[in-house]
Design a protein around this ligand. Structure first.
Ligand SMILES: [Zn+2]
Length: 340
């Protein structure tokens, strides 16, 4: 089945729209190319459960305040669930929890990693991280930009709640009159939580399954040898086995859609094609920054340079783990990849 979008239009920003019994779609603006995030409001008995929160910006706080006051009619928020640690999802969790007294839910790895990244705020970039990007081929100006941008996570994420309730794969969560199964994925973030409602055949996918854009798969300097693309492809297969064909996917970006299996197959196929081309490119020695045109159709500029570099390394690390390419460090500390 090709992708099919049952809703003609997304809701207006900040105006929740019903998508199923007791399930509402709230769209919040983001000040970037990806200009929105979808959040989900679930009826929870005499209150509400919120899934994901938006960036910690004054405009987002204002929108939330309106939703809490006018739309939720002062009913309590019982739970705030965050799918994964990226700032557009986690940003206002701490603020919402403090404001409403809700209980906070996240997976263990996402919570602890989120705490670590927030603690980096205001610190200077570790030398190892600078060497990581030097090895990828960054010039001095790029490295300076990295140093300046280091720790910006905390600018977009309010202080996290000091305690949380852990969500883990195969857990079941009762929210209002429905049971939701927790399904975790990995690769885009370490232990990304999705929620599946078997009765309504609804799947809140976060960034683990998006209809149009492919989720960023990146290696960061904290774990330079990571193989997140392996995790990502495994997660796509896992979801493909888990989800029924007619499920309605509620993604964090874009519009709700049918056709999960088709989309998952296309995502796997897309990465495999890139891996093939990348292996070919490595018939001559390449640095991580040399292969952007193999990976990306769009332009890589200052705004997405680090992310693009991490994504190159994710694909290169995958090939390294398959032993089809090898790497060598030159005297300048730059890493070159070539076919083994
Ligand atoms: Zn994300």
């Amino acid at each position: 089945m090709e992708l099919h979008y049952p809703f003609d239009e997304p809701p207006q920003l900040g105006r929740p729209m019903r998508v199923a019994a007791g399930i509402y779609w709230l769209r919040i603006p983001l000040p970037m190319v990806l200009d929105h995030i979808n959040l989900w409001l679930l009826e929870d008995g005499d209150g509400w459960t919120i899934v994901d929160t938006g960036l910690a910006l004054a405009e987002t706080r204002e929108l939330w305040q309106q939703v809490l006051d006018e739309w939720m009619n002062g009913l309590p928020v019982k739970r705030v669930i965050v799918t994964h640690l990226h700032p557009d999802h986690l940003g206002l969790a701490g603020w919402l929890v403090e404001k409403t007294g809700a209980r906070f839910y996240m997976s263990q790895t996402e919570y602890t990693m989120g705490c670590k990244l927030r603690a980096d705020t205001g610190q200077s970039a570790p030398q190892g991280a600078v060497e990581f990007y030097r090895a990828a081929g960054f010039c001095d100006a790029d490295l300076d930009r990295f140093r300046r941008m280091y720790g910006r996570f905390g600018k977009m994420v309010a202080p996290l709640p000091d305690d949380y309730t852990r969500l883990a794969d195969t857990d079941t969560l009762r929210i209002g009159e429905f049971s939701w199964e927790i399904v975790t994925g990995s690769g885009h973030s370490p232990e990304h939580v999705c929620l599946y409602n078997p009765e309504l055949e609804l799947f809140i996918s976060g960034d683990q399954l998006l209809p149009r854009i492919s989720s960023v798969i990146t290696v960061w300097p904290t774990e330079p040898d990571a193989n997140p693309l392996r995790n990502w492809l495994d997660s796509c297969k896992k979801l493909s086995d888990f989800l029924p064909g007619q499920v309605l996917v509620l993604p964090s970006h874009g519009q709700p859609f049918h056709g999960a299996h088709h989309r998952l197959a296309a995502l796997i196929d897309g990465h495999e094609q890139v891996l093939g081309k990348l292996l070919e490119a490595c018939s001559t020695p390449q640095r991580a920054i040399d292969v952007f045109d193999v990976l990306f159709k769009g332009k890589v500029d200052e705004g997405n340079y680090m992310m693009a570099c991490g994504e190159s390394i994710a694909h290169l690390n995958y090939l390294m783990n398959q032993s089809v390419i090898s790497t060598e460090m030159d005297p300048q500390g730059v890493r070159w990849y070539r076919q083994a």
